[in-house]
Design a protein. Structure first.
Length: 261
């Protein structure tokens, strides 16, 4: 049996395929870093910060007391049914933070919670509740944590996060991940500030993203995934194909109707 020999033609076929494979791998794979290995985990220190409550946020506040059971009925948002409730119900039953940064609770009155974390707000409300109720337990949840994902993802739309924190990858996961035409190196993050809208670009292929403060989302954030240039070229080709097919059909019909011309 003769040994197999590589021929120039064979190399001309294989080499471009390998180059194309490497190109697409670089373009599609998330969080690329040569330090990542199979046997040993690599720690990437991030900038995780607790979210501070802002005007227009909506809180679920429950105060429960074994000594005064009627107290529980006054604070009406049930976290047990929160997952099944629609956004409208949560808005109507929750406590909205006003423009002055306060919420108004039954009996306790107007409380300033702006710039507090959810846990700090709970402790503050707990201290206020202790003045009126015996053996009271305060539960506070942020129920208006919504992010919007647009562009080249499988299921664009807005999503509620039933957690105090979410990452950009989690939001994209809720939207079904990026399509193959999504630009993973240029994802826009839009974040509302008091002075306007802040825009920052995220590179999902770079593991340095894990260190960024923008890796962790905040309520109201919008992620927009831009299409790759190949997407636009493909759409142009599809449009040209439709136009060409229409022109061809028109010529055939004209020839059929006017056979002598």
């Amino acid at each position: 049996m003769k040994p197999f020999k590589f021929r120039p033609v064979f190399l001309c076929v294989i080499a471009p395929s390998l180059l194309i494979s490497c190109y697409y791998n670089k373009r599609l794979v998330y969080l690329q870093d040569a330090r990542f290995t199979v046997g040993k985990p690599t720690l990437v220190e991030g900038k995780r910060t607790a979210y501070q409550l802002q005007p227009a946020d909506i809180l679920s506040v429950q105060i429960k007391s074994s000594a005064e059971k009627e107290v529980s009925g006054i604070f009406n948002v049930s976290t047990q049914n929160m997952m099944m409730a629609n956004p409208g119900t949560l808005f109507l039953e929750g406590y909205s933070i006003g423009a002055n940064g306060t919420i108004t609770l039954p009996i306790l009155g107007e409380l300033l919670v702006k710039d507090l974390t959810v846990e700090e707000a709970r402790q503050f409300i707990q201290a206020c509740a202790n003045k009126y109720f015996n053996n009271a337990t305060v539960i506070v949840k942020l129920i208006s944590f919504k992010v919007t994902v647009l562009g080249e993802v499988k299921n664009p739309g807005y999503y509620f996060v039933y957690n105090n924190q979410a990452t950009a990858l989690e939001a994209l996961g809720m939207a079904g991940d990026l399509t193959n035409f999504g630009n993973r190196k240029n994802v826009k993050l839009l974040r509302q500030r008091a002075s306007g809208t802040e825009v920052v670009l995220l590179d999902l292929t770079d593991a340095e993203l894990l260190k960024s403060e923008y890796f962790f989302l905040k309520p109201g954030d919008v992620l927009y995934v831009e299409p790759l240039k190949a997407r636009s070229k493909r759409m142009n080709l599809e449009l040209l194909s439709v136009v060409f097919a229409a022109m061809t059909t028109g010529v055939l019909i004209y020839s059929y109707v006017n056979p002598n011309r």
